[in-house]
Design a protein around this ligand. Structure first.
Ligand SMILES: NC(=O)c1ccc[n+]([C@@H]2O[C@H](COP(=O)([O-])OP(=O)(O)OC[C@H]3O[C@@H](n4cnc5c(N)ncnc54)[C@H](OP(=O)(O)O)[C@@H]3O)[C@@H](O)[C@H]2O)c1
Length: 253
């Protein structure tokens, strides 16, 4: 009979022991939850975000190697951040950014460029900077969505990005191999971003999702973090898109 308690079993099997993980956008929501979980699995974290106070608050929660407060869509600052890294990295998770809504024809070129910068251009810049920094077999994890799989008025840039990101991920996976690249496509996740976007409508939206999603509950940041850790530790996975939306794309929710 085993005398190993569940707690000590967890410690023995810490899957990210000694690994270093960067979370770009790690001070809230999915990024913060991924950092928490990675830390519990023995990883050392490097966290970034724009708001320095929020970033420090997150960093105080667990063992953090360093923090860097800057806008990740500023390519000069992003390049500098990578140049200043203290040593090799095992995984980079990018959860910075937010969706941009509105009709394409109403967006001026600055707004379109900003929307592209938040996901597409940022991911390419991170991949470029990861060369010689991320260990072979390590990974890059990007965020996309399932909400734009169906076109609707006002979702123009979201649907465009939704279609482009899996192709971008597959191409980058070939280019930066043996580093792996994967995309998480989430539906509604209950994060500070969702709270900001929905305002007073947040609780109604949660109730609607509980009533309509096949899983009968709202997807939480913890669910997405668990998937992110799987993508880090399963070294067979690269170039692919992983949906996590509780079945939202299959129901009218
Ligand atoms: N929540 C959802 O339902 C959902 C669904 C599908 C996809 N996604 C995508 O998943 C990602 C994470 O979403 P979330 O809901 O976890 O968002 P969140 O709660 O707003 O957290 C985003 C994190 O990224 C940081 N951040 C945002 N913009 C940044 C920038 N330009 N430079 C550096 N850091 C930045 C934020 O801190 P600061 O604000 O201090 O910078 C925060 O730490 C986003 O790309 C989002 O579009 C979310």
């Amino acid at each position: 009979m085993s005398t190993v308690s569940p707690a000590s079993r967890t410690r023995i099997h810490q899957e990210l022991q000694g690994q270093t993980i960067i979370v770009i956008g790690g001070s809230a929501g999915i990024g913060l939850e991924t950092a928490r979980r990675a830390s519990a699995e023995g990883a050392k974290l490097i966290l970034t975000g724009r708001n320095p106070e929020r970033l420090q608050q997150a960093a105080d929660e667990f063992e953090t190697l360093r923090t860097a407060a800057f806008d990740a869509t500023d390519s000069a600052q992003l390049d500098q951040f990578f140049q200043d890294l203290p040593g090799p990295i095992d995984h980079i998770v990018v959860t910075a950014g937010r969706p941009n809504y509105g009709r394409l024809i109403d967006l001026d070129s600055g707004a379109v460029r900003h929307a592209l910068e938040q996901h597409l251009l940022l991911y390419i810049a991170v991949a470029r900077n990861s060369i010689h920094k991320v260990r072979p077999g390590g990974s890059l994890i990007f965020m996309g969505g399932t909400g734009g799989r169906r076109t609707a008025l006002g979702l123009g840039i979201v649907t465009t990005m939704t279609a482009a990101l899996p192709a971008l991920t597959a191409s980058l996976a070939l280019e930066v191999a043996p580093v792996r690249v994967n995309l998480i496509a989430a539906g509604f996740v209950d994060t500070p971003l969702s709270a900001t976007l929905l305002g007073d409508e947040l609780e109604n939206r949660r109730n609607q999702l509980r009533a309509t999603l096949p899983i009968g509950r709202v997807v939480q940041p913890e669910d997405v973090a668990a998937l992110a850790l799987h993508l880090m530790t399963n070294t067979a996975l690269t170039g692919a898109t992983y949906d996590i939306d509780g079945g939202q794309q299959f129901v009218a929710a």
